[in-house]
Design a protein around this ligand. Structure first.
Ligand SMILES: [Zn+2]
Length: 123
């Protein structure tokens, strides 16, 4: 098996609902996002997937979130814009494009805190 990782980032503001503490106030993060895709069959060129194609698709997904107030983005109208929910959202958007090749999405909220979302593999 091969696993490919692509990292990108976006900036956004949010405030957490049903939360007591600093994060209930409006504030922002520079989120780092790691996407991992996997597979075992290389193409004739020796590549699993061209990094360029992953980067382009990730950028499209993150454009929906970049420089937004996440609480006002439709998908987070009823869902708290936590790193957990961001990771799941990005995972599902990437899955639409990459299907079974998507392995996991990690969202770094700070340099020291991150959430990884993945689905159990059926194999
Ligand atoms: Zn926050």
């Amino acid at each position: 098996m091969y696993k490919l990782k692509v990292i990108d980032s976006f900036s956004a503001a949010h405030n957490l609902r049903n939360y007591k503490g600093k994060c209930e106030e409006l504030h922002g993060h520079n989120y780092k996002v790691e996407v991992v895709l996997g597979g075992s069959e290389l193409g004739e060129n020796g590549l699993l997937i061209d990094f360029k194609d992953i980067k382009i698709s990730l950028k499209k997904v993150l454009e929906m979130l970049d420089h937004k107030y996440l609480n006002e983005v439709t998908i987070f109208a009823d869902t708290n814009p936590t790193s957990e929910n961001l990771a799941k959202y990005i995972y599902n958007e990437m899955k639409k494009l990459w299907h079974k090749r998507i392995d996991s999405v990690t969202v770094w909220e700070t340099d020291n805190t991150a959430v990884t979302y993945y689905e159990k593999h059926s194999s």
